[in-house]
Design a protein around this ligand. Structure first.
Ligand SMILES: C[S@@+](CC[C@H](N)C(=O)[O-])C[C@H]1O[C@@H](n2cnc3c(N)ncnc32)[C@H](O)[C@@H]1O
Length: 212
């Protein structure tokens, strides 16, 4: 990144690829800084503001400004998209990602972003729906089936859970029934649907466009 547009700390040293090398000069003070990263450099996939910060300090800082939307995805078949959805949820600063169904999920697509993102598990749709009711959060089903309203025309509440289905079956009947809103992304080509993680990124972006 160009030094003039970077908000990386002044002593950081750019490296080829992404990341910064060992801190040059006097170390900065503050509990957020990790001595090991200052000494060895920081090659993590984090924005410049968080260079050399401890992971816990980054999560604590994110927690002060998370958006009030949550993301949920059904996971009955180890959907490969979940990692990418977690990564997008981190990028768009979602409150929490909820995984419904199987506890195990493929972390590869998350590119380690799950360390900075709250992720919780629910055994089934009923447990998830009970949690959402208790939290006072409407569930917005996102799938291009039935009477879905195009997202650009739909109401997308500021506090809500955006619920996505998995590749193949899409959202289950139970998940659709638990939702109080139902939105879709308008398509123009021949494919029946877009990839679930692409759909999640579009809708999270739309939420941010309206509310952030
Ligand atoms: C690959 S789709 C499978 C189901 C899809 N309804 C079909 O008929 O092919 C997996 C998930 O991606 C999301 N998705 C894909 N395309 C979408 C669209 N155009 N609008 C809203 N959600 C979409 C939904 O959450 C869906 O459950």
């Amino acid at each position: 990144m160009d030094e003039q547009t970077s908000d990386a700390p002044a002593g950081s040293t750019a490296q080829p690829g992404y990341g910064v090398g060992p801190w040059q000069g006097e170390w900065p003070e503050g509990p957020q800084y990790d001595p090991e990263l200052l000494e060895l450099g920081d090659t993590r996939n984090v924005i410049d503001r968080y260079r050399y910060w401890r992971m816990e300090a980054i999560v604590a800082d994110l927690d002060t400004k998370r958006h009030p939307f949550h993301v949920a995805i059904e996971n009955w078949q180890h959907d490969m998209n979940i990692g990418s959805i977690v990564r997008s949820a981190n990028a768009f600063l979602a409150d929490t990602v909820h995984i419904i169904g199987r506890r195990r999920w493929n972390r590869r697509g998350a590119m380690v972003t799950d360390r900075y993102q709250h992720v919780v598990h629910h055994e089934d749709v009923a447990t998830f729906a009970a949690w959402a009711t208790g939290a006072g959060l409407p569930i917005i089903a996102v799938d291009n089936v039935g009477e879905a309203v195009p997202v650009d025309r739909a109401e997308v509440p500021e506090r809500c859970v955006l619920l996505f289905g998995q590749e193949g079956p899409g959202l289950s009947e139970e998940a659709l029934a638990a939702a109080s809103g139902h939105i879709e992304i308008t398509q123009y080509g021949s494919t029946r649907s877009i990839n679930a993680s692409a759909a999640a990124a579009v809708v999270m972006y739309e939420w941010c466009r309206r509310h952030s």
